[in-house]
Design a protein around this ligand. Structure first.
Ligand code: UDX
Length: 471
C-alpha cells in the first residue's frame, strides 16, 4: 500500500520505517530540509536502538523515501499519517497548529480518495477538527465531492524500545466509524496484527482519550510510588521491599512502580498537563491528575533536597557552594539521548543555583546537554563515567543506564573526595553500599540526610530489601 507519513519525529519516523519494513511504499514528509537531507543519507536525528538499520535498509530497498514536498506527500499516499508534534500550548492544552496545517494541506492538494490517520497524541475532538479542516479546504476548491475519512490511531511506543514496540505492538487502537476505513486499516496493519487479535476498534473520541488515559495511568503509578517513597523515608521503611510486597499482587503488578527521581520525557509531563486542561474545559476537576503532577514536581527535587541537607550538615551555611558533584545519567531514561523534562536537568539547575559544579557523564545525551546548556564553567562533560568522578565531593545517579548498575565501587570510593552516593533511581542496595564504605541516600530507602525531618524508627533486617525478606 502507498503510505505517506507527515512528521519524521519519534513516532513518524519509527512508524514509517516499520511500515516500509513489512512491504508498504512509504514516503515521509518533514518541513525541515536539513533533517530530510540527513535522512536521505541514512543519518538518523535521534538515538534509538535498531532504527538506523531499519531506515537504511528500507531506504536502500526503495520502500522508504523522504521529502519536504507536502504536495508530493498527499499525491503519494492512499493513507496519510499525521505524526507531527503537539507541544503544550500556553494554557496547558495541546497546540494543534501543526496537526491542522497537515489537514489543510491534504484538503488543498488531494485529487483522489484519502484516509487520514491521526497518530499524534491529540485531545478528544481532534479527529472532528481535522475532518472539518479538510472539508473546508476541499469546499474552497469546489472539490467537496472528493471522498476522505479521518481516523484516530494513537501510538504507544516507548523511547529506547520504539522499533520493537512498533514492530510487535501489544495493541492497535483505532477510532473509526466507517466500515471501509476499518477494512483499509486492517489491510495496512495486517503484518503487525498476527498471532492474536490486537486491533481494538472504537469511536474516534474514545480512541483519543485512550492514549491520554494510558499515559496518565502509568504516570499515576509512578507518582503514587514516589509518594509512598517520601513517606517511607520519613518512617525509616524501604520502598524496594514495599514495591516487591505490592507488585506480587497481579492486580497491581511489577511494572511502573519504581520510585525514583520522577518521570520525564516528551509524553508523561505533557499528557498529564493536557488531560488536566481537557478535564477542566469539560467541567470536571481532575483531582488525581493534579496530584500526579504535583508529586512529580516534588520527586524531581527530592535528591537535591537530600544533597542540600547532607552538605548543609557538613559545611553549614556554605552547603553546596563550591562543591563538585559527579553526575551519572542525563537522559530522562536509559537507551535514549532525549533530555526533554529530564530530572537531571532540574537537579543540575538547582546545583548551579546553589553554587556547585557538575561533572557529568551520560552514554548518549552529552551532545544534547551541550546543545541545551552550551559552555559554562560549572558544567564539565566528561568522556567516561570514571572521569566524572575525579575529585568530586559526591556521586549522584539520575538515569538507570545498565553501565551504572555495577560499577567498581572501590574505584568509585577512591576517586571521590568523600564517599557519598545519592542514588536517584534506587540502583544500589543501601546495606551493600554501607559495606563499601559509602554514605548512601536513595529514594524511599529509609536513609535520612541529617537535616531531613523523619520519625526516629530503627530499621530492621526484614525491611531492607530482598523478596524473601519481604515474604
Ligand atoms: C511513555 C509510554 O510508556 C508510552 O507508552 C507512550 O507511547 C509514550 O510515553 P516514554 O516517554 O518513552 O513512553 O517513557 P517510559 O519508559 O514510559 O518512562 C517515562 C518516565 O517514567 C521515565 O522518566 C522513567 O524514568 C520514569 N519511570 C518509569 C519511573 O520513574 N518509574 C517507573 O516505574 C517507570
Amino acid at each position: 500500500m502507498k503510505v505517506t507519513v507527515f512528521g519524521t519525529g519519534y513516532v513518524g519516523l519509527v512508524q514509517g520505517a516499520a511500515l516500509a519494513e513489512v512491504g508498504h511504499e512509504v514516503c515521509c514528509i518533514d518541513v525541515d530540509p536539513a533533517k530530510v537531507a540527513a535522512l536521505e543519507e541514512g543519518v538518523i536525528p535521534i538515538y534509538e536502538p535498531g532504527l538506523d538499520r531499519l531506515v537504511q535498509e528500507n531506504a536502500a530497498a526503495g520502500r522508504l523515501t523522504f521529502s519536504t514536498d507536502p504536495a508530493h506527500g498527499v499525491a503519494h499516499g492512499r493513507v496519510i499519517f499525521i505524526a507531527v508534534g503537539t507541544p503544550p500550548g500556553a494554557d496547558g492544552g495541546a497546540d494543534l497548529s501543526h496537526v491542522l496545517a497537515v489537514a489543510q494541506t491534504v484538503g488543498e492538494r488531494m485529487e483522489a480518495p484519502r484516509l487520514v490517520i491521526n497518530k499524534s497524541t491529540v485531545p478528544v475532538g481532534t479527529e472532528a477538527a481535522v475532518r472539518a479542516r479538510i472539508a473546508e479546504a476541499l469546499a474552497a476548491r469546489d472539490r467537496a465531492e472528493l471522498d476522505f475519512d479521518v481516523v484516530s490511531n494513537p501510538e504507544f511506543l516507548k523511547e529506547g524500545s520504539a522499533v520493537a514496540d512498533c514492530m510487535r505492538p501489544d495493541r492497535i487502537v483505532v477510532g473509526v466509524t466507517r466500515d471501509d476505513s476499518e477494512a483499509l486499516l486492517r489491510e495496512l496493519f495486517a503484518p503487525f496484527n498476527r498471532n492474536r487479535e490486537k486491533m481494538i476498534v472504537m469511536d474516534p473520541r474514545s480512541a483519543e482519550l485512550t492514549k491520554y488515559a494510558a499515559n496518565c495511568m502509568l504516570a499515576t503509578k509512578i507518582s503514587f510510588m514516589n509518594e509512598i517513597a517520601a513517606i517511607a523515608d520519613r518512617l525509616g521503611c524501604d520502598i524496594e521491599a514495599v514495591r516487591q510486597g505490592i507488585g506480587s499482587d497481579p492486580r497491581i503488578g511489577y511494572h511502573f512502580i519504581y520510585a525514583g527521581a520522577g518521570y520525564g520525557g516528551s509524553c508523561f509531563p505533557k499528557d498529564v498537563k493536557a488531560l488536566i486542561h481537557t478535564a477542566r474545559a469539560a467541567g470536571c476537576e481532575p483531582h488525581v491528575l493534579r496530584a500526579v503532577e504535583d508529586r512529580n514536581a516534588d520527586a524531581k527535587t527530592a535528591i537535591f533536597e537530600k544533597m542540600q541537607a547532607h552538605f548543609g550538615a557538613r559545611f553549614g551555611e556554605r552547603g553546596l557552594k563550591g562543591r563538585t558533584i559527579a553526575l551519572w545519567g542525563l537522559a530522562f531514561k536509559p537507551n535514549t539521548d532525549d533530555m526533554r523534562e529530564a530530572s537531571a536537568r532540574v537537579l543540575m539547575e538547582a546545583l548551579w543555583q546553589a553554587g556547585a559544579t557538575v561533572q557529568a557523564y551520560d552514554p548518549q545525551a552529552m551532545e544534547e546537554t551541550q546543545r541545551i546548556y552550551g559552555s559554562r564553567d560549572d558544567l564539565r562533560l566528561c568522556g567516561t563515567k570514571e572521569a566524572a568522578l575525579s575529585g568530586a565531593d559526591a556521586l549522584v545517579v539520575m538515569t538507570e543506564w545498565r553501565m551504572f548498575q555495577s560499577p567498581d565501587f572501590e574505584a568509585v570510593r577512591e576517586a571521590l573526595s568523600e564517599p557519598v552516593l545519592f542514588d536517584g533511581r534506587n540502583l544500589y542496595d543501601p546495606e551493600r553500599m554501607q559495606g563499601h564504605g559509602f554514605t548512601h541516600y536513595g529514594i524511599g530507602r529509609g536513609a535520612r540526610a541529617p537535616g531531613e525531618v523523619k520519625m526516629d524508627q530503627p530499621r530492621t533486617a526484614s525491611a531492607t530489601g530482598t523478596a524473601s525478606a519481604a515474604e
